[in-house]
Structures are given as C-alpha cells and as structure tokens.
Design a binder for this molecule. Structure first.
Ligand code: SAH
Length: 490
C-alpha cells in the first residue's frame, strides 16, 4: 500500500441545535464570524458581549440573536448546546472553556486549537443538506477553496429537493418494495423530472412528477440536455453545463468542443465524438438524431455537447424535433457563442450607441443566389454582422455586400480560435475580407465581424487582414482602418 490508511484526529458529526441555544462570548470580529456561521442553524444564538464592536452590534441588531450585554459569568453558559470563546484574551478564553467543560458542554476557543473540543467547518448550506469541510487546522484558505468548488457543483435547488424527498419518504416506502425498485425511484427523483422542475423553481410540477414516478414505478426516464460548451476556453462553460456533465451517463460531442470540457464529465461516463468537422462528417445529422432518441429510450441521461451556444448554427432544431416527436424529455443549456467570444477578444462593442443598434448572426452561405438575403440589407442599414463558418465564403460575402452598397471601408475583425490561448486576431476593411479565403495558415475556427461598431475595437496586437503589396501612400490612406468610423458616423 502506498499510503497508510489515513486517520482523522477530529471526526465529523452533525450536532443537533434545533430548539437549543449556542453561546458565543466576545466583542469583535471573531465573535461575529462564529455568529454568522452558527446563524446557518436554527439554534438560538446568545452573544455575551459587554462592549460589542460596531459591526457585531449591527449584526446582533439585524438578526434574531439574544444580546447579553454583561461581562462574562459562568451562568451565561447554562443550558447551551455549544460554547464559543472568542474574546481574543487567552486567559479569559481558557476560563470560559474550563467553565464549559465543568458544565459538561463542548467548547471551542477561536484560534486556540489546543483548547477546542470541536472544530467548526467551512460549510456549504443547502438545508437540510449540509457539506462540512474540515482540515484540522491545516488551513482555512484550503477549506474555503474546497467549499467554493463544492458549492459550484450543488444546485441551489438541492435543499428544496431534499425537503421534498423527506416529505415523500413514507409514501415511497409504502408504494415500493425495499431494494432495487426503491433505489431506482430515488435515483429518478434526484436526477430526473422532479429535480429538473425544482431547478426551474416549479415546486408544483416537481410534486406532480414525483407522484407520477411513484404511480408508474420508476422506469428511469431518459433525458437529453443540449448543452453549450462555449467557444473553447473551458472556464467559459456555465455552472449548469458543468453540473449536467457530472450527472451524465453519456456525452456526445462535436469536433469543436475542447477535450478539457469533455473531460469534465463523470469519470465513468461514456464519451462519444459525433462529428462534424468540415468535410469529414463522422455521423450524419439523421444518425445523431436517431442515436439521441435511442439513448433517451434506454433511460440514459445524455449530454449533447455543442460548441458555443447549442441554438446558434448547431442543428439543435432538428435534434429537438426528433426528441419531441419521440416523447423524450430534453432541455437546452445556453453557452457563450463564438461571436461573443470573438468580440470579447477584441474589446469590440457589438452594439454601439449612435452607430449600431442591431446585430446579425449569419453563415454567409446563403449569398449565392440572385436575391440578396435580408441580413445583407440589415448590414447596410448599420447592423453588426457576425459570420459563422465564413472563411470559405469570405469573397462572396464581401463582394455581395459591397455590390449592394455597403462601403468597402467598413471595418472588419477576424478572430481565429476565439477565447483560446492560441487565438489570432486580424483587422481590416470589407475590401480586405476576400483575402481570408487564401489564408491557409488559419486552421482553427474563424469568426468574422463586420460593421461600423467593429471600428470601436482595440486593435493592439492584431495583424492586418490583407497582406497587401506595397501600395502608393494615397491608396493606403484610402483603405486605412481608422477613418472608416469617422467617415460613417459623420
Ligand atoms: N454553435 C456554435 C457555432 C457552430 S458553427 C456557436 O454558437 O459558436 C461553427 C463556426 O463557429 C465556426 O466555423 C466558426 O465560424 C465559429 N466558431 C466556433 N468556435 C469558434 C472560436 N473559438 N473562434 C472563432 N470562431 C469560432
């Protein structure tokens, strides 16, 4: 064995405080910190403070605590469930702890571990569920870090869900035999329709869904979440997406979804790449739709991970239609779409007061026909345009927009691998945009933003879009970037 079995020197338990009082002795910040912590419980707080500092006094006034404005005497401890010595005075703290022990009460002296009968944890409170983190004094900072991570993982609706579970315990025991059936019910309850309804704040629907589960026996209902993985940086994932990844039985992901995000799933979740890089579809959309339905029917909790936002050029419409038709429950979790990530990389305002008040998401792949699509008209009337999958149609987009009357001087920004460490940024004008088609050095996904608001971006560190041959100074001036905004807003 590599490590000896670790032994705790302080064993965690949950101490009943309902209907009891907890006494804190002290005037300052330490007493206040303990008061705040104990206030997570329903205990009656008795604070012995003969000269409370302003913040403690304010807290006592604003909360249901009993203020004993008196210098400490042992009688103040009578009947307490727990005692905290937080006076900052070592001799006094020692006396309080000794008094408490004489009375048979467990005591804690702040910052004096050698005097403590028990330690207080860092706490994640989803009452009635609590996660208490202890480090036996190895470090409050470590405990806070762990606390923050656990807090992120647990839905805010976990408390109400546990309360609802408690209210159903008798009904579940009456309706379902002990063992597999009951376990299946609770598993569906805690990760299925009742949990989802409560996460939306719909308590009535959660109760109905739980009753349904009880009536019909829990054939664990499958569920598909269409989840936005964001533009690439793993910390641009939403907390909800992360939570669902932790709960999924299987994760289906697109080629653009970064490995680090896929890896956030449960360790034993199945992971299945389903495509689609330009030119080499590993599965057809129809196959993906059918697979989602099949997995849902098998009762799987599926996360369908799509880059950016699932509803923006993600073919989510087809997947949702297939799921609806098959009667499989699903939800959509939004993500940061590539246009937003590209704009952020450029400090680029997508709308700009007095310059641009609307925005278009397009692919530019609809520009081939004779009729100018509506979005081109919007561009001409000042909308900021985000072109997805636009590299191979850059010349068409530029040519048609200029032909329709958009100034060739209109500002253009291009970002490859937005939000990622290896991102590259380019700037230029609409007249430069066709050169994008020839840039074979760009291997990552590319976002193109066009419009007058784009001229408000921060171009420090960005490269010129067109690698132009030396041109006469006058011509360079004409196509130079900065004047575009001035000319337009004049
Ligand atoms: N649903 C995705 C878009 C899928 S279409 C979203 O909301 O972002 C794929 C196109 O998105 C790519 O061709 C590219 O234009 C754009 N894209 C996705 N990730 C990108 C990134 N990190 N940087 C730049 N463009 C990106």
């Amino acid at each position: 064995m590599l490590y000896a079995k670790p032994k705790l020197n302080a064993f965690p338990v949950f101490f009943r405080t309902e209907g009891k009082s907890v006494v804190i002795v002290g005037n300052g910040e330490e007493a206040l910190a303990k008061a705040r912590l104990i206030d997570h419980s329903s205990a009656v707080l008795r604070i012995v403070a003969d000269a409370p500092e302003a913040r403690l006094a304010a807290w006592i006034a604003g909360n249901a605590a009993v203020h004993i404005e008196d210098s400490y005497r042992p009688e103040h401890l009578y009947g307490a469930a727990l005692v905290f010595a937080a006076t900052g005075d070592e001799a006094l703290d020692r006396r309080i702890v000794a008094d408490a022990r004489r009375l048979g009460l467990p005591a804690n002296a702040v910052d004096r571990p050698e005097l403590c009968d028990f330690f207080t944890p860092a706490l994640v409170n989803r009452a009635p569920v609590a996660v208490a983190i202890g480090t036996e004094g190895a470090g409050p900072v470590l405990a806070q870090l762990i606390r923050a991570r656990i807090d992120q993982l647990l839905a805010p609706s976990l408390g109400p869900l546990a309360t609802l579970a408690a209210s159903l315990r008798d009904a579940a025991e009456a309706a379902l035999p002990k063992g597999d059936a009951r376990r299946r019910f609770w598993r569906s309850f805690f990760s299925g329709a009742p949990a989802r309804a409560l996460a939306r704040g719909d308590a009535a629907r959660a109760r109905d869904a739980a009753a349904e589960l009880l009536r019909e026996g829990a054939h664990a209902g499958g569920h598909v979440a269409l989840v936005g993985a964001g533009p690439g940086a793993e910390d641009l994932l939403t907390l909800r997406a992360q939570r669902l990844l932790m709960e999924a039985d299987i994760i289906l992901y697109d080629a653009l979804v970064p490995e680090a995000v896929v890896a956030m799933g449960r360790r034993d979740a199945e992971r299945l790449p389903v495509g689609k890089r330009k030119g080499c579809h590993s599965r057809t959309q129809a196959e993906i739709n059918a697979l989602l339905v099949e997995l849902g029917r098998k009762g799987k909790r599926v996360v369908r991970l799509k880059s950016g936002d699932p509803l923006v050029f993600g073919r989510a419409g087809e997947e949702m239609a297939a799921l609806r038709e098959a009667g499989i429950s699903y939800e959509v979790v939004p993500g940061v779409t590539a246009a937003f990530a590209a704009a952020a990389d450029f400090d680029l305002p997508l709308t700009l007061r007095g310059v641009s008040s609307s925005m278009v998401f397009t692919t530019g792949h609809d520009l081939k026909g004779d009729v100018l699509p509506d979005w081109a008209r919007l561009a001409i009337s000042g909308a900021t345009v985000a072109v997805y999958m636009g590299r191979s149609v850059a010349a068409d987009v530029a040519g048609r927009l200029i032909g329709a009357g958009l100034s060739p001087d209109t500002a253009v920004a291009v970002v490859e691998n937005a939000s990622l460490e290896n991102s590259r940024r380019f700037h230029g004008t609409l007249a430069d945009l066709p050169s994008l088609e020839g840039r074979h050095d760009l291997e990552g996904p590319v976002m193109t933003l066009i419009g007058d608001a784009v001229a408000g971006a921060n171009f420090a560190g960005s490269e010129p879009l067109a690698r132009r041959r030396a041109a006469p100074a006058a011509a360079r001036g004409k196509h130079s970037f900065a004047p575009a905004l001035a000319h337009k807003s004049a």
